[in-house]
Design a protein around this ligand. Structure first.
Ligand code: 9G3
Length: 576
């Protein structure tokens, strides 16, 4: 490609609205341009990278036996009403009426559409398993799109849906996708982890998120230093073992004591005021959950994990009670709630189980209680893993230390079970002729987000350092003196030879000073830069610089194309 004939508008200045580096660099390098909030143009160089990610995705999905199709972006409301999701989603689901006044939406995902297609075409176990996928534009009307490609409203997703006759088959489909995802992100040159994740609102029983490790990642992940356990912070299990019974006798139940705590509400205030440690306090949190109100107890130094609470209660949603509900339930303003005397279902984190003589709110303004004890002063209906894991906790699998990191979710795979096949009657006849709901899985990859995450992980002060498999160009050729025939001819020759070999080459044939050409080449992140100048040509040499390395080297002009081609292969091979 000739730069002078291409469309690659680079900028020096950092755009003020871009808060993270990948957003800044994708704008500055001329890869994307915003049309409106959360909606972007993919400029030619950005599109080349997108298309390379898609090619890798297709190759690995096809290798896993998935079959590509393409579903519409516009979806009729009826399907979402059948699945029960039309009412469930809020304004994130962009709804509209067509000219015949029929309700429709712009597809944020395609479970309903694919299930509708399959229920019409697949009726026998002989037609299973099947995995259908597409690479298609999605629309989710995020309330606060930001970070460029990272959280936009219209985006390209590869979404796949597997259909199996039984659980064993569904497990196999999931494993095939898990392996395909590992191949895809490895081939894109990313450093990533598959972490156990919550299944969220789409139901189903299990899921993994594929996280690109980056300090600007929105998701907190924990991973074990010894075994391969890794999980989204929201999901990470807390290992709990009942400690050996305390025989020191100091766990004798002391009589309850009322303590005046005027306007003393928070854990910090209460522990300071009563000279106790947070481990001797129980926090009582009131939640609304699917219509009824419950109390959740965690130790003072722990944080409640609402996802875990929702899963323990088996409800769709939980939300923290607001101040009037707290006052209505406890008879006191927030900060004085306690379990004793509450006429509520009480759930508690495992760590509360072995607490003795602890402090809680007194369900009265400015009152706390000392020496509260389970059984005597209140009953816990259900214990569970309710708290968010902390750096001092052990790995729930092997007991070793854990570390916290941040990740960018680029892929998410789910075991869906029969949530959609039951609500939408996608049934099949099994070998015994019995009618059963098809068991599903769904698997997503954010294509644009994968490019952005690669940039988050690979950049320096000069700009992007593209992993070669997804770089818009593999080689950029920089003739420095545009009026020196010797320079131009040598540059053209290398350009022609490499292009004939099928490499993606950009020749910067603009009549501009060298400094601009160097800066643009570094900004765009082309893996290999070849510079031709009169000085080096005097000794029959050209300069080759690898974007990811600091040193450049001089190579003989007559060997240039061969050496460059070998270096390209070497860079691909180094993507482990
Ligand atoms: C909606 C809206 C936003 C959504 C969804 C539905 C996320 C929704 C979850 C999924 C699950 C998987 C197939 C590919 C992989 C992910 N945001 N999800 O269902 F109506 Cl507005 O999309 N779908």
């Amino acid at each position: 490609m000739r730069y002078s004939k291409f469309f690659l508008p680079t900028h020096r200045e950092v755009p003020s609205e871009a808060e993270i580096i990948s957003h800044q660099l994708m704008l500055r390098a001329g890869l994307i341009r915003k049309l409106t909030s959360g909606i972007y143009n993919y400029l030619p160089a950005g599109l080349r990278s997108i298309r390379k990610v898609e090619k890798i995705v297709r190759e690995e999905m096809n290798r896993a036996g998935a079959i590509e199709l393409l579903m519409p972006a516009v979806q009729p409301a009826e399907l979402w009403q059948e699945s029960g999701r039309w009412e469930y989603y809020g304004r994130e689901l962009l709804r509209f009426k067509d000219r015949h006044n029929h309700d429709a939406c712009l597809g944020p995902t395609h479970e309903e559409v694919i299930t509708d297609l399959v229920r019409k075409e697949i009726h026998s176990y002989k037609q299973l398993p099947i995995n259908l996928y597409q690479i298609q534009t999605k629309f989710r009307d995020e309330i606060r799109p930001r970070f460029g490609m990272m959280r936009c409203r219209e985006f390209i997703m590869k979404d796949a849906y597997s259909f199996d006759a039984d659980e064993k088959g569904a497990e196999k489909s999931y494993e095939l996708m898990y392996e395909a995802y590992n191949n895809i992100f490895r081939r894109c040159g990313l450093e990533f982890r598959a972490v156990e994740a919550d299944t969220g609102s789409i139901g189903g029983s299990f899921s993994h998120e594929f996280m690109v490790l980056a300090k600007t990642g929105e998701d907190q992940i924990i991973n074990c230093s010894k075994c391969d356990y890794a999980a989204n912070l929201e999901k990470a299990e807390v290992k709990w073992e009942p400690s050996e019974p305390d025989t020191s006798g100091d766990d004798k139940m002391e009589p309850i004591e009322k303590v005046e705590t005027p306007n003393i509400k928070t854990v910090e205030e209460v522990t300071a005021f009563l000279s106790i440690s947070p481990e001797q306090l129980v926090k009582t949190l009131i939640f609304r959950s699917n219509g009824d109100v419950i109390a959740a107890l965690v130790r003072g130094d722990h944080e409640i994990n609402e996802i875990k609470l929702k899963n323990l209660l088996g409800t769709e949603q939980v939300e923290l009670a607001d101040s009037e509900l707290v006052t209505e339930i406890t008879g006191a303003p927030m900060g004085f709630a306690g379990p004793s005397g509450l006429k509520l279902k009480i759930v508690a984190d495992h760590a509360v189980k072995e607490m003795k003589n602890f402090v809680t709110g007194g369900n009265k303004q400015d009152l706390h209680l000392r020496n509260v004890n389970m059984e005597r002063d209140f009953q816990v209906d259900l214990f569970g893993d309710l708290r968010t894991i902390t750096p001092s906790d052990a790995c729930p699998r092997c007991g070793n230390g854990i570390s916290f990191g941040r990740g960018i979710e680029v892929g998410h795979i789910f075991k869906l079970g029969t949530k959609y096949s039951e609500t939408m009657d996608a049934l099949f006849l099994d070998q015994q002729g019995a009618e059963k709901p098809i068991i599903m899985g769904c698997y997503g990859i954010g294509v644009g987000r994968t490019v952005a995450a690669a940039i988050e992980q690979n950049h320096d002060d000069e700009g992007i350092i593209f992993p070669i498999p997804i770089a818009p160009f593999e080689v950029v050729i920089l003739p420095l003196q545009m009026h020196e025939t010797e320079v131009l001819e040598a540059a053209e020759k290398i350009y022609e030879e490499l292009s004939e070999e099928g490499l993606d080459v950009l020749i910067d044939d603009r009549d501009m000073r060298a400094g601009i050409k160097f800066k643009d080449a570094d900004l765009i992140g082309t893996p290999i830069r070849v510079t031709l100048g009169t000085r080096n040509l005097k000794t029959g040499q050209v300069e080759m610089k690898i974007r990811a390395e600091s040193e450049s080297l001089l190579i003989p002009l007559q060997d240039a194309s061969r050496v460059i081609k070998e270096k390209v292969k070497e860079l691909y091979d180094s993507i482990k």
